[in-house]
Ligand binder design. Structure first.
Ligand SMILES: [Zn+2]
Length: 604
C-alpha cells in the first residue's frame, strides 16, 4: 500500500515517447491523467486514425479476425502494447482497492503495474476515453491501454477480486435485475440537470463516491480540499475514514457536480450553501443533505445520507438492558409528564424517540412532532418541520401543536428557556412530551433545565425521566478475536481483581466490515427516573453529582456501567467503552471531590 501510495504521487510521469528508459513496447496510444500525459495524447492521436481502430474492432466483432489476429493488427497500426499473461503480482493493488468489480466487469478491464509509473489498463478491446479518464482521475495515475486476451483478463480479475467479491455481490444482490454499476445505480429522481455527456467522468466519479458510501453504510461523505489534493472521507458507524484522494484540480468540477445534485448555485463560490435532494442508489431511496462552505483551499463539501427505506428500530432493538427497557417502557405509558433523551449530536437520540413514538402509536392517540429535520416519516404520526427562516421555531410550533388536541408531543430539541417552559407546562396539562437536550449525562439534563431559569418546582413536577445515551460500535462478528483483559484495564474499568480477567473482543478487520473491525452500533444507556428522592434534590437545586449518586443508589446503571456490560457480553471492545464513556468516568471522579485529587495525583 505504501509503495503504491508513493506511486500515486507521481505528478508528472515522463512522456513515454520521449523517455529513452521506457521499453519500446510501452509506447502508449492513449495516455490520460496528467499534464504531461495530455501533451502526449495529442501527439499520439495524430499518428493513428481512430477510424482504422474502429474498423478493425468492427471486423473483430463480426468474427472476421481471431482475437490474437485483431490484437496483432491493433498493435501494428496503433502501437498498443501487448500482454499475453497477467500474473497476480502485476495486478495494480490500488486499482483493485478502489475500482468496483461491477465497473471492471462491465468494461472488461483490469489495472496492471507498469515500469514507467503509469497505470496499465489491460483490455481485450480498447475502451472509450471516458473510461480511461475515470480510472486516471480515481487512481491519480496516467492510464495507458494494454491489449490482453479477454480470458486472461477475466481470470486475473476473478483472482484479484476474490477477497472483495463477496461484499460487493451482497450489494449487487439487493439491486433489481440487470447489471449494476456506479453509472447506472445513482439517479436523480427528477432527471439529471446537467448535460452529462460532456462531463461524464466527473459525473461517474461523484456517482461512484455516493455508490461506495451507500455500500459501506456511510452516514456522511466529506470532500475536504487541501493545498494539492482533495480527501474523500466516509463516516461509518460514527467515525471518519479516508476513502480516496483526488487530484486538487478536480475539486471545482466535483463541487459543481455536487451543487447540481443539490440544486444549488454553481456560480456562488464565496458563500456557504445548503442543498437537499433525493437520489436512488440501487433500490434505496436516499435523502441527501448537502452543505458547501468556502475554505482557504476551496469549497469543502459534506453530504449527509439518510436512507429513507431503512427500517425503524423498535425499543427492543436499541441495545437497552432488560431492566432499563422495562422502566423506560413504563415511563412512556404515562398520560402526562415530560421524558428527555440526552446526549451529544449523533448519539442516536432521534432513533430512540422514534422507537418510543412507534411503541405508543395506536389509533386512540394523537401524536404530533416538531422536528428539525424530519429524519424519517412515521406512518400515522403528524410530523412538522421546524424552520427558523419561516418563523416556525420550536416554541411557536409548540403553541400551534397544542391547538391540535395532542396526546403525545415530540419536540425535537430544547434549546431555549421559552421552549423548555412551554414543553414543561404542556406536560402538566395532560400531555406526554418527549424532547432532547445536549448534556453529557442524565443528571446533567436536570441541572441544564434549572440553568435555563426554569423554576425547580416546575421541573420537579413535570419531569418523569431522563435517558442519557451514546452509541458504541459493535465488533464485527466475522473477524474479531477474543483475549483476556489486561490487569490494568480491569482496574481502569473498576472490575474486581479477584474475579479473574474476563475475555473480551478485540477488533481485527475483514472485507465484510470494510476493514474497520466493526459493524453497526448499539446504544449504551443511563436512565434516571425522577422519583421522590430525586425530586427533593431538584427542588433544593442540588448538584448534578448528588442527583446521580442518589439515582445510582436507587438502581440506575450509568453509561459506563452499561458500556462495560456490553464489553463483557462480547459485543464491543475496550477501546469503544473508553471512547464513549470518557465523560462519564470524569463525572464519577468529579462527584467525589477529595478522592479525585488523590487519584489524579497517583496517576501522574
Ligand atoms: Zn470484519
Amino acid at each position: 500500500m505504501d509503495a503504491l501510495a508513493a506511486q500515486t504521487r507521481v505528478e508528472r510521469p515522463p512522456a513515454p515517447r520521449q523517455d529513452p528508459a521506457a521499453p519500446p513496447s510501452a509506447t502508449p496510444e492513449t495516455v490520460v491523467g496528467a499534464e504531461a500525459a495530455a501533451r502526449t495524447r495529442g501527439a499520439g492521436r495524430a499518428t493513428v486514425s481512430p477510424t482504422a481502430v474502429a474498423a478493425l474492432t468492427d471486423a473483430f466483432h463480426q468474427g472476421r479476425h481471431t482475437e490474437a489476429a485483431y490484437h496483432a493488427l491493433l498493435a501494428e497500426c496503433a502501437g498498443f502494447p501487448l500482454r499475453a499473461t497477467i500474473r497476480q503480482e502485476e495486478v495494480n493493488a490500488e486499482f483493485v482497492e478502489n475500482i468496483p468489480i461491477a465497473y471492471v466487469r462491465r468494461h472488461g478491464l483490469l489495472g496492471v503495474n507498469r515500469q514507467d509509473g503509469c497505470l496499465g489498463v489491460a483490455m481485450a478491446v480498447p475502451a472509450a476515453d471516458g473510461v480511461l479518464d475515470h480510472l486516471a482521475a480515481v487512481l491519480r495515475l496516467p492510464a495507458v491501454v494494454e491489449l490482453a486476451p479477454a480470458a486472461v483478463i477475466q481470470q486475473a480479475t476473478d483472482h484479484a477480486y476474490a477477497g472483495r467479491v463477496s461484499d460487493f455481490t451482497a450489494v449487487l444482490d439487493t439491486l433489481p435485475g440487470g447489471e449494476a454499476s456506479p453509472d447506472s445505480v445513482v439517479t436523480l429522481e427528477d432527471g439529471d440537470l446537467l448535460d452529462t455527456a460532456s462531463r461524464a467522468p466527473v459525473v461517474k466519479l461523484v456517482n461512484m463516491i455516493l455508490f461506495e458510501a451507500a455500500k459501506r453504510r456511510a452516514s456522511d461523505v466529506h470532500l475536504q480540499p487541501y493545498s494539492d489534493h482533495v480527501q474523500v472521507r466516509y463516516r461509518i458507524d460514527g467515525l471518519l475514514y479516508d476513502y480516496l484522494e483526488l487530484p486538487g484540480h478536480l475539486l471545482d468540477e466535483v463541487v459543481s457536480r455536487v451543487k447540481v445534485i443539490g440544486r444549488m448555485d454553481i456560480a456562488e463560490k464565496r458563500l456557504a450553501q445548503d442543498g437537499r435532494t433525493t437520489v436512488t442508489i440501487g433500490r434505496k431511496s436516499i435523502d441527501l443533505r448537502i452543505s458547501v462552505i468556502p475554505t482557504s483551499y476551496g469549497e469543502r463539501v459534506v453530504l449527509r445520507l439518510l436512507d429513507k427505506s431503512a427500517r425503524l428500530y423498535e425499543l427492543s432493538e436499541l441495545g437497552m438492558g432488560a431492566v432499563d427497557r422495562a422502566r423506560f417502557t413504563a415511563v412512556i405509558q404515562k398520560t402526562h409528564g415530560i421524558v428527555l433523551v440526552s446526549g451529544p449530536t449523533g448519539s442516536g437520540k432521534s432513533t430512540t424517540l422514534y422507537a418510543a413514538l412507534q411503541h405508543l402509536n395506536y389509533k386512540e392517540k394523537n401524536i404530533l412532532t416538531l422536528e428539525d429535520p424530519i429524519e424519517y416519516q412515521l406512518p400515522g404520526i403528524s410530523q412538522t418541520q421546524v424552520s427558523q427562516k419561516k418563523g416556525m421555531t420550536f416554541a411557536t410550533g409548540l403553541r400551534a401543536v397544542l391547538r391540535q388536541d395532542p396526546d403525545v408531543i415530540m419536540v425535537g430539541e430544547i434549546r431555549d428557556e421559552e421552549t423548555a417552559r412551554m414543553a414543561m407546562q404542556s406536560s402538566l396539562t395532560g400531555h406526554l412530551v418527549f424532547s432532547t437536550l445536549h448534556t453529557n449525562d442524565a443528571a446533567g439534563a436536570v441541572t441544564r433545565l434549572l440553568d435555563l431559569e426554569i423554576e425547580p418546582y416546575l421541573v420537579a413536577s413535570s419531569l418523569l425521566a431522563v435517558l442519557a445515551q451514546r452509541l458504541v460500535r459493535n465488533v464485527c462478528p466475522d473477524c474479531h478475536t477474543v483475549e483476556p483483559l489486561a490487569k490494568e484495564d480491569c482496574g481502569l474499568l473498576g472490575l474486581a481483581a479477584h474475579a479473574g480477567a474476563p475475555s473480551v473482543p478485540r477488533a481485527v478487520g475483514c472485507p465484510n466490515c470494510g476493514t474497520t473491525g466493526y459493524f453497526g452500533r448499539q446504544g449504551i444507556f443511563e436512565l434516571l427516573i425522577v422519583d421522590e428522592a430525586v425530586r427533593e434534590l431538584v427542588v433544593g437545586r442540588a448538584k448534578a453529582s448528588a442527583m446521580k449518586r442518589k439515582a445510582v443508589e436507587a438502581g440506575m446503571t450509568t453509561l459506563r456501567q452499561d458500556a462495560i456490560r456490553k464489553l463483557l457480553d462480547r459485543r464491543t471492545t475496550l477501546e469503544e467503552v473508553l471512547r464513549t464513556s470518557l465523560e462519564d468516568s470524569m463525572m464519577d471522579l468529579e462527584s467525589d471531590g477529595a478522592e479525585c485529587g488523590t487519584r489524579r495525583a497517583e496517576a501522574s
